[in-house]
Design a protein around this ligand. Structure first.
Ligand code: EPZ
Length: 420
């Protein structure tokens, strides 16, 4: 197991290129199961999560070829059972349920296990499949869905914590090959949902309203192959913009959709950092310590929960007292105990982290617990005095392509070492 050593106190400067979006590539790769014809997907980031998805597709019978960021999937023949040992590594595997149900009218996928970021039920996904006419059974740790045929329906995908992203994706993918019209109310509006809908429409689907709370899907009898570029990763872009705020003297992220990160750049502006926009690139300029603020995560276009931990790292050395509330994953605070080991002053009150800014952080050995928490610890290490040692970096490799190398391109002194 690797560790990352971050030598703190080095100012970052320069520019990096943003990779393709993990959270867009995963459902798009799953959607290739909906046709027998080859699908060519460009901009697939080299991550353990995308590799897991390719293993699942191969296990289901699809032919998968990869040439650096381009993946070609040909699912001429597929079977509909994705067992525990294949899907247990990644919760997002649940998004093969929709395409398998759509194409094979049946699917068996192991129920996702627990998750450190909080309770993550899939009741809305299952409710949606039932509304389309599928029988749903959870048995011996497996989800079994089957239907002689699927029929269009009106389905509300809005839950206690707002809309569900992968739930919206799953129902869209099951409904494209169903009879009649499906209307998803309370749909997720994330750019990754729009990217999936665009991909499906390129395959011959009839989807309207993606990006709004109401998506209309007119079922078709068959889909064909296509070629698609995955959108840039807005969370990777946000993470590097926070790196620029926490330790930068002028950092630019290239190949990013400014609109997709609007909520993030608005918050960094409120923290006092000048931001410059150019065609598909964004620069953040230094301005000393961040201004403390009150921040709430919300579904898109609100401030993303996947940037909450990184903001906690930045606000740990802010001027004043901040309150960060996660309204999407209220328990998503595994990074707090580790930041406190580095000298941060953070009090958890329910779903809110109250952060009293300190002048400096001190390096310490810390433990990554999940993808975004580990990114936050790396960012804190850039600011801290001394060498911070982050262990269990496999969490980082799930969602950041070459994070340590890209930080090195910006002048950081970051080393990846084998754990003893
Ligand atoms: C997606 O997860 C992302 N993952 C997550 O990113 C992201 O945090 C999340 O959306 C929210 O933006 C991928 O796209 C692969 P949800 P998803 O269903 O779809 C509750 C990362 O760091 N809910 O939108 O699984 C749920 O518990 C990852 O890259 C139900 O109650 O999240 C949560 O509180 C982590 N019932 C809220 O809705 C359901 O059936 C939003 O979850 C489904 C969800």
């Amino acid at each position: 197991m690797d560790k990352i050593l971050i030598h703190g106190g080095r100012p970052l400067s320069g520019s990096i290129k943003i990779s393709g979006s993990k959270n867009s590539a995963l459902p798009i790769l799953a959607a290739t199961l909906l046709t027998r014809e080859p699908c060519i997907v460009h901009g697939v980031p080299d991550l353990s999560d995308t590799n897991y998805m390719l293993q699942i597709l191969t296990h289901l019978g699809a032919q998968v070829e990869r040439a650096s960021g381009t993946v070609t999937v040909t699912a001429e023949k597929v079977h509909s059972v994705a067992p525990y040992d294949v899907v247990r590594k990644m919760r997002a595997s649940v998004c093969v349920l929709g395409p398998l149900l759509g194409r094979c009218k049946e699917a068996t996928v192991a129920l996702p296990g627990g998750c450190v970021i909080g309770d993550r039920p899939i009741d809305l996904h299952l409710k949606g499949f039932e509304a389309l006419g599928a029988a749903v059974r959870v048995q011996a740790g497996d989800i079994k869905v089957f239907a002689p045929k699927l029929s269009g329906a009106v389905i509300n995908m809005h839950g206690k914590f707002g809309p569900t992203v992968l739930g919206t994706d799953n129902i869209m993918m099951a409904a494209v090959l169903s009879d009649g019209v499906t209307v998803i109310e309370g749909a997720a509006q994330e750019p990754e949902v729009v990217d999936l809908a665009n991909f499906l429409n390129q395959m011959g689907a009839k989807i309207e309203g993606a990006g709004t709370r109401r998506i209309i899907i007119e079922g078709v009898s068959e889909l064909h192959g296509t070629e698609h570029w995955v959108i840039p990763d807005r969370i990777e872009a946000g993470t590097f913009l926070v790196a620029g705020a926490i330790a930068g003297k002028g950092v630019t992220v290239n190949r990013v959709e400014p609109e997709h990160v609007r909520a993030i750049t608005d918050v960094l502006t409120r923290c006092g950092f000048p931001i410059k926009f150019a065609d598909r690139s964004i620069s953040i300029l230094p301005n000393g310590a961040a201004t403390a603020l009150e921040l709430k995560t919300e579904p898109y276009p609100g401030f993303p929960t996947d940037m909450q931990a990184q903001m906690c790292a930045l606000l740990s050395t802010s001027k004043g007292i901040s309150a960060v509330t996660d309204n999407v994953f209220p328990q998503r605070y595994m990074h707090v105990a580790e930041l406190k080991r580095m000298g941060a002053k953070v009090q958890l009150e329910g779903a809110t982290a109250v952060i009293e800014g300190v002048d400096r952080l001190l390096a310490a050995p810390v433990m990554a617990s999940d993808l975004r928490a580990s990114a936050a610890l790396v960012l804190a290490g850039l600011k801290a005095d001394g060498v911070t040692e982050v262990s269990r970096v496999y969490h980082i490799d799930r969602g950041y392509e070459r994070l340590d190398e890209k930080l090195g391109e910006l002048g950081a002194h970051v080393e990846r070492v084998k754990a003893a």
